[in-house]
Design a protein around this ligand. Structure first.
Ligand code: AMP
Ligand code: MG
Length: 345
């Protein structure tokens, strides 16, 4: 089996903001404090401005490590590992874990089953959490889907209980929530201007120190070393789910990627190759980028017409860019891909 690319971590860093603010600036500009962290299987970069920036970055790194220890699906001792090994018993967990499992349930309903944190047994079988990639046979997928749909999850503020056969994974949500938590830490430390990139998740606090918007590149999924467009934002998360982030080529020559359609247990192939969601909440953007990818071109557009609190950039498998009208003044195309506006009102 040929392992083509597991470079989500590395490539994610390329989706960093196109800022001109180099770390050490002229005397009129405030100085940026920066920190790089490898956690949650990805490279993270953080840049913050202001007197409290150094201590904010220190606290942010601590929080990242704490969340990783709670939420990792592969660590032996995380909340998620305990839940998945509990054989149907109720498990005491951190408030973070309970909050995210609860959010997973809510988004499962809101996205009409597109986001399902119980899809983990299928995901693991494909090798996306182990690196042992292979195409499972149909009977195996059917049996694992039975486990995925074996029952509901119960959550309190500090406990989670899943069916004995089920297993969960918060990979679609964890980085988005982490971004929100870092923004809160920055604010608490008096930082008013900051930009972070947690893998494919970019999130900005305020605007650039000079008052202008941050400019964030969105990758061309057909050529991920290049940006297909740039969006100008302040106080927003920009979260992308793309088929180029983690994938392998099967013995049959087909390419399989890491976002699974919970309806059939195969990589979601419903017309989209990349989805970027832009909004105030990193968690919401993260949940929706994955879910809209699963929904595919038509359902995703319908969803966006009904949920105008977020904007989005969709890329179809035939190379079209569809973006919501809220981005009309802030999106600048960089590639020659044909672009259409999703008009909502
Ligand atoms: P993201 O990069 O945010 O789109 O999340 C992708 C990750 O979410 C995968 O690596 C899996 O851990 C997990 N995942 C894949 N498909 C789904 C799905 N349909 N529902 C929930 N989580 C998923
Ligand atoms: Mg996501």
């Amino acid at each position: 089996m040929k392992k083509l690319l597991t470079a989500a971590a590395l490539s994610a860093v390329l989706l960093t903001a196109l800022t001109s603010c180099s770390a050490k600036t002229s005397s009129s500009q405030p100085t940026a404090s920066e920190r790089d962290v490898f956690a949650m299987d990805t490279f993270m970069t953080m840049k913050a401005y202001g007197d409290g920036a150094e201590s904010a970055l220190e606290a942010a790194e601590e929080r990242i490590r704490e969340l990783e220890a709670e939420l990792s699906v592969t660590a032996q001792d995380s909340d998620i590992a305990h839940i998945n090994r509990a054989n149907g018993a109720e498990v005491e967990v951190s408030r973070d874990t309970a909050l995210l499992v609860d959010a997973g349930g809510k988004y499962w309903v809101e996205t009409d089953d597109a986001l399902d944190i119980r899809v983990y047994p299928v995901l693991r079988e494909w090798g996306f959490t182990t690196g042992e990639y292979h195409v499972p046979d149909e009977a195996t997928i059917a049996e694992l889907l039975r486990k995925v749909h074996s029952g509901d999850i119960a959550v309190s503020e500090t406990s989670v209980q899943i069916p004995a056969e089920a297993e969960i994974d918060l990979g679609a949500l964890a980085k988005g929530y982490t971004g929100d938590e870092i923004m809160a830490i920055f604010r608490d430390n008096g930082v008013t201007s900051a930009l972070i990139s947690l893998g494919g998740n970019v999130q900005a606090l305020g605007s650039k120190p000079d008052g202008s918007d941050w400019r964030v590149g969105i990758k061309d999924p057909f050529s991920p070393d290049e940006n297909m467009c740039v969006v100008s934002i302040s106080d927003r998360a920009v979260v992308t789910s793309g088929n180029y982030e983690r994938y392998f080529t099967g013995d049959d020559g087909k390419v399989y990627w890491h976002i699974i359609d919970p309806n059939d247990g195969y990589p979601a192939d419903n017309g989209l190759v990349s989805v970027t969601v832009i909004g105030e909440s990193g968690l919401r953007c993260d949940a929706l980028s994955t879910a809209l990818f699963v929904m595919g071109t038509d359902k995703a557009q319908n969803y966006l017409c009904e949920h105008t609190d977020v904007d989005a950039v969709l890329v179809t498998d035939d190379g079209r860019v569809l973006y919501t009208d809220g981005l009309s003044d802030s999106l600048e195309m960089k590639s020659g891909m044909p672009a259409e506006v999703i008009v909502r009102d």
